[in-house]
Design a protein around this ligand. Structure first.
Ligand code: IPE
Ligand code: IPE
Ligand code: MG
Length: 265
């Protein structure tokens, strides 16, 4: 299992195609409003965009795609919108899981499930179980997720399992209890919909993630838009605390080695 590798302790690779993309899918309501439709029509259209994004990520060789579907603060929305979103999540699980499985996709759901009804929790468990051994893309849906919730639940779970750590513990001892312990930290974070904030998403995990914000509303975020985000990421210099000169030195060294062995530099 590819375990969480902390960017504050080791210097991770900076792959050309991000291994892990995390997205805040924002702007559904505004998309619908522009077309004089009810907000929920935007959520419905947003599901199409999820399908497209999953397909594109598989084809591009992204290993982990993490989508923020419902935040721990979204309960503050009108009751009928919350209930629509829950129904939509349930329907998606019922309709899409077989297809995910056929495509060798492993599905994971992170977040506090204690407020979901039994039926939804059962479907989530079945979907995770069905796809657990798949080796293609890992698709994580963050539902009733909050970055602070995650850190708090991890501390509590760690102390329950290892009470001796109450005297003090390291990052390495703590990280296995975070809900995304099975994935590397996100390389690229995308937020659609124009807001430039994290909204309590993966707070711990995004220590060194490259951030990309776009005005495009989620229902309009197509494959080209995703590729533009990846291209922006590819132009970044990921220093992880080092200097540019150190990185250029490393690059020159690598090129020199390639030339010596007769390969194209
Ligand atoms: C994101 O779209 C979807 C969820 C938060 C569930 P919004 O519903 O936040 O859309 P806007 O931001 O109001 O346009
Ligand atoms: C963030 O979107 C959460 C999701 C996309 C699920 P919001 O639209 O709820 O975020 P804020 O409230 O504008 O920050
Ligand atoms: Mg929003």
């Amino acid at each position: 299992m590819a375990l969480f590798q902390s960017s504050t302790r080791i210097i991770p690779d900076a792959p050309d195609v991000p291994r892990h993309i995390a997205i805040i899918m924002d702007g559904n309501g505004r998309w619908a409003k522009k077309l004089l439709l009810p907000r929920v029509a935007g959520h419905q259209r947003g599901v199409e965009t999820v399908r497209e994004a999953v397909k594109a990520c598989r084809e591009l060789g992204v290993e982990y795609l993490t989508l923020f579907a419902f935040s721990s603060e979204n309960w503050r929305r009108p009751e009928d919108e919350v209930s629509f979103l829950m129904q939509l999540f349930l329907k998606m699980l019922e309709r899409e899981v077989e297809k995910l499985h056929e495509n060798n996709i492993r599905l994971k759901v992170i977040g506090d499930r204690s407020h979901f009804d039994d039926k939804l929790n059962q479907r989530i468990a079945e979907a995770e179980q069905l796809t657990v051994n798949n080796t293609g893309l890992t698709l994580t849906i963050a539902a009733n997720y909050g970055g602070r919730w995650d850190i708090m639940q991890a501390v509590q779970a760690m102390l329950r399992a290892r009470p001796e750590l109450s005297e003090g513990f390291s990052e390495a001892e703590f990280e296995p209890y975070l809900s995304m312990h099975y994935a590397p930290e996100p390389d690229l974070f995308i937020r659609t919909g124009g807001e430039q904030r994290i909204s309590n998403f993966l707070l711990w995990q995004m220590a060194y993630t490259e951030l990309y914000f776009t005005d495009t509303l989620w229902p309009a975020f197509n494959r080209e838009a995703l590729q533009a985000a990846i291209q922006s990421y590819q132009k970044r210099e990921r220093r992880f605390g080092r200097t540019s000169e150190q990185l250029r030195g490393k690059q020159a060294h690598a090129n020199g080695q390639a030339q010596e062995s007769g390969a194209d530099a």
